[in-house]
Design a protein around this ligand. Structure first.
Ligand SMILES: [Zn+2]
Length: 559
């Protein structure tokens, strides 16, 4: 079957002009700057004749209860039938700390290029070579991911000019991807509403995050995205004076033991289809002492980031539970040996120390506190939680600190003082998604990435490899889901701050579940000063590949 293609003549100029204006809007993630992108995007969409005629086909959709009042910008080009592809990109960018004294040029590719040439000796040789080649566009957001965004916007405009479009194209431009993905989580509600209003049937999702090219020049298409779990471990010890160490249990060595046992542990790294999740790493570690004195700390907390390919939060919690128990035993054993030696030297009788391993989930601790405190507890707990959520919204606390405070509230509410380890989760949570996990895909959906790769090889001589997961973490995580109920109940139980200041419309995601692929331009040094995107991809190849894929999937739905 012949695939109808779009006339892409001159799209390079359109992409270039959109991208430069897009980069010029400083939309650092988590700042008021993100709001400026909304104005830019709305103006762009409003300038397209199709949307002037069809005003109800584009708009901005507010992220509810967002302190920065950000919104998802969207545009829907309607063709024949219900089949709809969804294009997503994020409009926020990471901060510019890395630019040091070149900050003023971060959002102006041409001036930045000049400024970088002045310091080219200081750059990494590969970056210097790319800079001098003229083949790359530099600037914050150039690769990650306003390039992908500009390509999608320019393509949407082309589709809006098509007389006979098979199917529909919906574009979503999202805030907050680099932070908590508030944009994509809100976009799930928008997808649901548009589906009802316009009778849409979503058949495929496309993201255009940049890809990193392999050494042999091959590109990369990702048919899914890794999941990300942030788990917390809170250790409550037993306080004592530093002169009476055997009367207490210091939570710091116990937490350290758990950290050493789990950091980069292959046990936590899912392994699927020859791909492995990068092993976990600790993002936060602290004792909970507020000031210095000669007592050991009473509590210590840490957060571990776990990337997943096909496992869920329940699985991560089980692994952490095992590690915490083993670590607890190890630490008690070590304490007993030290105590024995200390007693031998001082001529005392050594008794076994009283400590026993105790590991529990947040939900179990909550039950214990409720039993202990009786009737008033639920109200106190709810009020305290609201107060913490309010402080988070106002930017006074982050989710990690809020989670420790919630845990400490419970620890103050129980009467059993035994040292213990408490396990649970901290927002955000990204489900793992991959097309091969989805049942009932059509052969067209299943083979899309292969066909795009073949098209690229024939047309441009560039081969694309497939991977089942984008490991950079992306908003694709919210385009499909299995077992929403199981995950929902686990998150509600063991995430102290799930439901109020942070939630995910898991059931809706499961209902909307669509296969997805990331087709984006080649880029390098994301989040760094020398972030850059490869011009031939940006202007020519990626738009052609993306257009080919969109046309393929929409037309095959018809046949
Ligand atoms: Zn990105």
């Amino acid at each position: 079957m012949m695939i109808g293609t779009t006339d892409l003549t001159g799209i390079d100029k359109e992409i270039d002009s959109v991208l430069r204006s897009f980069i010029a809007v400083n939309s650092e993630t988590g700042t008021a700057g993100e709001k400026n992108c909304e104005a830019f995007l709305t103006e762009y969409l409003a300038s397209i004749p199709y949307f002037q005629k069809n005003k109800e086909h584009f708009g901005s959709y507010a992220v509810s209860e967002d302190p920065l009042q950000r919104a998802v910008c969207w545009g829907l080009v309607r063709g024949r039938g219900a089949s709809t592809v969804v294009l997503i990109h994020h409009y926020d960018v990471v901060g510019i700390e890395d630019f040091k004294n070149l900050k003023e040029f971060a959002f102006q590719p041409d001036s930045l290029e000049k400024a970088l040439k002045n310091i080219s000796e200081e750059l990494h040789p590969e970056a210097r070579e790319d800079l001098l080649s003229g083949d790359y566009l530099f600037g914050r957001g150039s690769a990650d991911m306003k390039a992908g965004g500009a390509i999608q916007l320019a393509l949407l405009k082309r589709y809006s000019e098509c007389k006979e479009l098979e199917g529909n194209v919906l574009l979503l431009s999202l805030p907050d991807e680099e932070n908590l993905s508030a944009g994509m989580r809100a976009a799930v509600d928008l997808l649901d509403e548009l589906k009802e209003q316009h009778g849409l049937h979503y058949i495929y999702g496309f993201n255009s995050e940049p890809h990193q090219r392999k050494a042999d020049g091959r590109g990369l298409l990702s048919e899914g995205s890794v999941g990300k779990i942030l788990a917390f471990v809170y250790v409550r010890g037993f306080l004592s004076h530093v002169g009476k160490v055997f009367e207490g249990l210091n939570p710091v060595p116990l937490l350290s033991e758990i950290v050493a046992d789990t950091e980069l542990s292959p046990l936590f790294s899912d392994w699927v289809n020859g791909e492995a999740a990068p092993p976990p790493t600790w993002l936060n570690l602290q004792d909970r002492k507020e000031t210095y004195d000669v007592s050991m700390p009473l509590g210590a907390g840490g957060c571990i980031s776990i990337l997943t390919l096909d496992s869920d939060p329940m699985h991560a919690l089980k692994l952490l539970h095992t590690s915490a128990e083993n670590s607890f035993e190890k630490v008690i054993d070590r304490m007993n040996r030290s105590y024995k030696e200390f007693c031998r030297r001082t001529g005392r009788n050594a008794e076994t120390l009283p400590w026993k391993p105790l590991v529990m989930t947040y939900a179990e601790l909550l039950d214990e506190a409720a039993m202990n405190c009786g009737e008033d507890f639920q109200k106190i707990y709810a009020d305290e939680r609201k107060a913490i959520e309010k402080r988070i919204k106002e930017g006074e606390l982050d989710f990690i600190e809020g989670t420790y405070l919630m845990t400490e509230l419970l620890l103050h509410s129980i009467s059993d003082l035994s040292p213990r380890v408490i396990l649970g989760f901290v927002p955000p949570y990204y489900p793992n998604v991959s097309n091969f996990l989805l049942k009932d895909l059509t052969s067209e959906q299943r083979l899309l990435a292969d066909r795009v790769s073949r098209f690229s090889l024939e047309k441009y001589g560039v081969e694309y490899e497939k991977e089942s997961y984008y490991t950079g973490i992306s908003d694709l995580s919210y385009l499909s889901l299995k077992d929403s109920r199981g995950i929902q109940s686990e998150l509600e139980k063991d995430t102290p701050l799930y439901g109020g200041a942070y939630s995910i419309p898991l059931e809706k995601i499961e209902a909307l579940s669509m296969p997805c692929v990331n087709i984006g331009p080649w880029g390098k040094d994301f989040h760094k000063l020398t972030e850059r995107v490869f011009k031939p991809d940006l202007y020519v190849q990626t738009p052609a590949l993306l257009d080919y894929a969109i046309r393929l999937i929409l037309q095959q739905e018809k046949s």
